[in-house]
Write a protein that binds this ligand. Structure first.
Ligand SMILES: [Zn+2]
Length: 477
C-alpha cells in the first residue's frame, strides 16, 4: 500500500515592532493541489515534494501560506490558515507530515505561533505519526516545537541559497523514520543571545566555522541532523534566543541532548566574535566613506528599514541626508514605499515637476518635503514604481512593500544600469548574492527603524533578560 504524507507551508517572519498587522491579503495563500502546482517552486516544500515523490509516497498537499516579513499576524488570519491546514489532515490516514515552516512567526495573542499550531496538529494526527520540519535559519525554537516535531532541520546559508535542499533534508529525515520505523527525538539547547543576520552571514567567521563543524550524521550516537538556529531579534518574543538543535534516535536521547550541549557551547564560546559582516557606519559616516571611495559602484544597505526583515520601507530620513549632503553626487536610492507619492507622480506624468511629502522620519511621522522631476513610470511590473529625480539623486518609489529591489536588474528598467552607478543605497540588510556581484564596495548605514541593528536601542519588554549582548551579565549555562 502506498503511504501518504501530508505536506504544507506556513511561513512568516514577524517583526513585532512594526506597526499594524499582517492580514490574509498580504499572504500568498493556496490549498490542496495548488500547493504543488503553483506554490512550491523555489521553496523548501519543493525539496520536500521532490524527495517524497522519488521515494514513492503519495503526497497529501494541505496549505501553502507565506508573506513578506512584516508586522505580527492578525489573529483571524492565523486562525484561518491553521484551521485550513488542520481540516485537511483530519480523518486522513497519514504515514507522516513534512512541513516547511519559517519558525519566527508571531500571531496576535500567540507569541509562539508555530508551537501552538504544531500542538494542534499533533492532536489531529495522533501521537505516532512522525512530523518533520524544514525551518529558516532565523527560526525561534520553542519547547512546543521541540516536543511536537520528531525531526528538525534548517537553512545553513545566509543569504539563504539552500532553501530547497533544506526541504530535501527534512523529507529524508521523515523517510528514514517512516521506512525504518525508527523513532526520532529532538535535542535542544537554547542560548540567551540575540543575534542579527547582519552579524552572522555564513560566508564570514565565525558562522563559516560553526556551519562547517556540523556533522552530517553520527551513527555512533544515533545523530541524524545537527543545526544552529539564530532567532530573530526584531521580535519582542519571550522565546528569543539562539539554539543548537539535534535530531537523533529516541533510544539515544541522553547522548543526543549532550551533543546539543556541546554544539551550543561551541556557539556561545564565540559569541563576542559575531561582528558586522559588512563595514558598518553611522549614516553620515557611511556617506563620507562612499564619497571617498576610489571604486564604484558603492552599495550602501540602509539597515534600519529592511523590508525583508519586516521594516516598513518608508523612512526617508536617510534620503533627506543624502539629498542635503555636499559629499554625495549622483546617488540612486531604492526603493521607498509611498503609494500616495506614486499616485501623484503618475497623475503628473513623465517629465513633470512635483512637490511631494515623502515617507516619514523615524520615529516621528514628519515626511521629507521635496521637489523632483518624474523621470520614468512603470506600471507593467509586479508593483507600480516611479523614478523621481531630486537634484542629482534618483529615487525609486514603489506603491507597496516588497523585495522588488533585491535583484539589481530592476534598475536598468529606469535607465540606471547598476554597474555604471557611483552610489546605490538600498533598503536592505546583508546584500543578496546578485548585489554582492555588482558592488565594488559594500557598506552598512546603521539607520534607525524597525530593523535597528543596534539592539541596545530596541525597547524590548518581553525578551527574557539578561540576554547577550545587551546585558553584560548574561551567562550560560
Ligand atoms: Zn532567514
Amino acid at each position: 500500500m502506498t503511504e501518504t504524507v501530508a505536506v504544507g507551508t506556513i511561513s512568516h517572519e514577524s517583526n513585532t515592532f512594526a506597526p499594524g498587522e499582517t492580514t490574509l491579503e498580504e499572504f500568498t495563500f493556496v490549498t490542496d493541489k495548488d500547493v504543488i502546482d503553483s506554490f512550491a517552486a523555489g521553496r523548501s516544500i519543493q525539496g520536500i515534494i521532490d524527495v517524497l515523490t522519488e521515494r514513492g509516497y503519495e503526497l497529501h498537499p494541505t496549505v501553502g501560506a507565506t508573506a513578506l516579513p512584516g508586522p505580527t499576524v492578525a489573529e483571524h488570519t492565523y486562525e484561518r490558515i491553521v484551521q485550513a491546514f488542520l481540516d485537511r489532515c483530519a480523518g486522513v490516514e497519514l504515514a507522516g507530515v513534512c512541513l516547511d515552516l519559517h519558525g519566527s512567526m508571531v500571531a496576535e495573542g500567540t507569541p509562539d505561533a508555530e508551537g501552538a499550531f504544531l500542538r494542534r496538529l499533533r492532536d489531529v494526527v495522533g501521537p505516532d505519526v512522525p512530523i518533520a520540519g524544514a525551518l529558516d535559519m532565523h527560526a525561534t525554537i520553542t519547547e512546543p516545537m521541540i516536543e511536537t516535531l520528531d525531526a528538525i532541520t534548517g537553512y545553513r546559508t545566509a543569504p539563504h541559497t539552500d532553501v530547497v535542499e533544506t526541504g530535501e533534508r527534512a523529507a529524508r529525515l521523515l523517510h528514514s523514520s517512516v521506512a525504518t520505523n525508527r523513532s526520532f527525538r529532538v535535542g535542544w539547547e537554547p542560548l540567551p543571545m540575540l543575534l542579527a543576520g547582519e552579524r552572522s552571514e555564513t560566508d564570514a567567521a565565525p558562522m563559516t566555522d560553526l556551519i562547517d563543524s556540523l556533522p552530517r550524521t553520527d551513527p555512533s550516537k544515533e545523530i541524524a541532523n545537527v543545526d544552529y538556529f539564530l532567532g530573530f531579534p526584531w521580535a519582542d518574543s519571550p522565546h528569543a534566543g539562539c539554539h543548537a538543535v539535534i535530531t537523533g534516535g529516541e533510544a539515544a536521547h541522553a547522548a543526543v541532548q549532550a551533543t546539543a550541549r556541546e554544539y551550543a557551547t561551541a556557539f556561545w564560546d564565540c559569541r563576542d566574535t559575531f561582528d558586522f559582516t559588512t563595514e558598518a557606519h553611522q549614516p553620515a559616516a557611511a556617506l563620507r566613506e562612499a564619497a571617498q571611495s576610489t571604486v564604484r559602484p558603492v552599495v550602501i544597505a540602509e539597515t534600519g528599514d529592511i523590508p525583508g526583515a519586516g521594516g516598513t520601507q518608508d523612512f526617508t530620513g536617510f534620503l533627506a541626508t543624502i539629498v542635503g549632503s555636499d559629499d554625495v553626487r549622483d546617488a540612486v536610492v531604492a526603493a521607498i514605499v509611498d503609494n500616495t507619492a506614486v499616485s501623484q507622480c503618475m497623475a503628473a506624468g513623465e517629465g513633470a515637476t512635483v512637490q511631494l511629502a515623502l515617507g516619514r522620519h523615524y520615529p516621528e511621522t514628519d515626511p521629507f518635503e521635496c521637489t523632483g522631476t518624474v523621470r520614468t513610470i512603470h506600471i507593467d511590473g509586479p508593483i507600480d514604481a516611479v523614478r523621481l529625480d531630486i537634484g542629482s539623486t534618483a529615487v525609486i518609489l514603489v506603491d507597496e512593500r516588497s523585495n522588488y529591489h533585491r535583484d539589481p536588474d530592476f534598475l536598468s528598467t529606469f535607465d540606471l544600469p547598476p554597474e555604471e552607478q557611483g552610489l546605490i543605497v538600498l533598503k536592505s540588510g546583508y546584500l543578496s548574492p546578485a548585489w554582492k556581484d555588482v558592488a565594488a564596495r559594500r557598506l552598512f548605514a546603521l539607520t534607525r527603524g524597525y530593523t535597528d541593528q543596534v539592539l541596545a536601542r530596541i525597547p524590548y519588554e518581553r525578551v527574557p533578560r539578561p540576554i547577550y549582548p545587551i546585558d553584560e551579565n548574561a551567562t550560560w549555562p
